[in-house]
Ligand binder design. Structure first.
Ligand SMILES: *Cc1c(COP(=O)(O)O)cnc(C)c1O
Length: 382
């Protein structure tokens, strides 16, 4: 299989030292020496997300972390509310429905910002909400949610805040304790710069208290935070879970987290903002618009919207065939209209943005659009 540059919104290419660490011989997934490595990895996550609570890492993908988070906090129907502003936000509703736990929903048009005032009004007018679930970086639209402001509101109202940070963690700074984020779900393969395979869930003290105190047991076993919590306590020093841990994935994640903290989360965030801006300015110079440009945008992906006479999927194919670069088609109703270009971690670099912009220029020209030669790269000439 030919190796292609992964500019999709995860998984992403990973650093060489991460791969090397992952390539170590397999070790036993329990015992004192192993638990030291596992706990060190968890401590790095705590540092990154600024939480004094618990961190759980389990074999799985982001969906497992999100499902576990929702099930832990939705004891009764209608006690949990979801802000539905895109594909991954909507997925949370779908997950809850399969357990007959239909949430209350605050619907926001795709591509529009979630205003804290709207959230406050929603919480004021709907009764009985104990938890609000929200996506930090909506990977379908490119919109970033102002979690800090929303955390201020939920904290004042005594509502728990559960955040899907699958594409933001590791790139956009997150201050769980400071912002009042009670749970945060993420995965190894996006902003965290490791290969796919691990689901990560961080939970603050109040969230853990809720999970331990709730009357109805959480359904199921694997996506059950009460089960994870029990083994984490009962088998703390030996095997703080009851599955076969993906040890090599943990090796990779540990290394990647060290790299991220070495770079500095602020510095890393700013690097991504700068490169996202170059990507967006280059695309706009070619006459293609950025989806929801006026909103607060996430630095992890760029969502570009093609004119109606061009199927965006054709640009995805074009970059693949001519440059061996993979980007992604739009999600849901945005399929065929938009492309999603991931620029995360190792791949958030000028060397990867330049060929995509050159490709875009060529693609548009072959599709009869007037584009001035070199205009997409003008941003690099200053
Ligand atoms: C990718 C993503 C998910 C799903 O994660 P998987 O690892 O693919 O299961 C959920 N939410 C957001 C915001 C994502 O970007």
């Amino acid at each position: 299989m030919q190796k292609k540059l992964l500019m999709i919104p995860g998984p992403c290419d990973v650093e060489e030292d991460v791969l090397q660490n992952m390539g170590k011989q397999v070790v036993c997934h329990y015992g004192h020496d192993w638990v030291k490595i596992y706990n060190d990895t968890r401590n790095l996550i705590k540092k990154l997300l600024n939480t004094s609570g618990e961190v759980f890492i389990v074999n799985g993908s982001g969906h497992l972390a999100v499902e576990t988070m929702l099930l832990a906090l939705a004891e009764e129907k209608d006690e949990l509310a979801v802000v539905d502003n895109g594909f991954f936000a909507h997925r949370m509703i779908e997950i809850l429905k399969t357990y007959n736990l239909s949430p209350k929903v605050l619907e926001i048009e795709w591509g529009k910002n979630i205003c804290p005032e709207q959230v406050e009004k929603f919480l004021n007018t709907s009764r009985g909400i104990k938890t609000l679930a929200i996506v930090h970086s909506e990977t379908s639209t490119g919109v970033l949610t102002p979690i800090k402001d929303i955390g201020g509101i939920t904290r004042r109202k005594g509502v728990l805040l559960a955040v899907d940070a699958v594409s933001s963690a590791g790139i956009v700074p997150i201050d769980m304790d400071g912002w009042g984020v009670d749970m945060c779900a993420t995965a190894s393969q996006k902003g965290l710069g490791a290969p796919p395979g691990l689901a990560i869930l961080a939970a603050g003290k109040e969230a853990m208290e809720y999970v331990r105190r709730r009357k109805k047991p959480v359904p199921g076993w694997y996506a059950n935070l009460q089960v994870w919590d029990r083994f984490n306590t009962e088998q703390a020093g030996f095997q703080p879970y009851s599955i076969t841990m993906a040890v090599n994935q943990i090796f990779a994640l540990q290394k990647s987290l060290q790299n991220i903290l070495d770079e500095g989360i602020r510095e890393r965030y700013e690097r991504h903002i700068l490169l996202a801006d170059m990507m967006r300015c280059g695309i706009e110079a070619c006459g293609i618009s950025i989806f929801s440009r006026q909103q607060l945008l996430t630095p992890v992906i760029t969502v570009a919207e093609f004119p109606e006479d061009i199927d965006s999927g054709r640009f995805v194919d074009y970059l693949d065939k001519n440059f061996s670069i993979l980007i992604a088609n739009g999600l849901g109703p945005l399929r065929g209209r938009t492309v999603r270009i991931g620029h995360m971690g190792k791949n958030a670099a000028k060397r990867n943005i330049v060929p995509i912009l050159i490709g875009l220029e060529n693609f548009l020209k072959t599709n009869g659009k007037a584009v001035n030669r070199g205009i997409a790269l003008d941003i690099f000439m200053k």
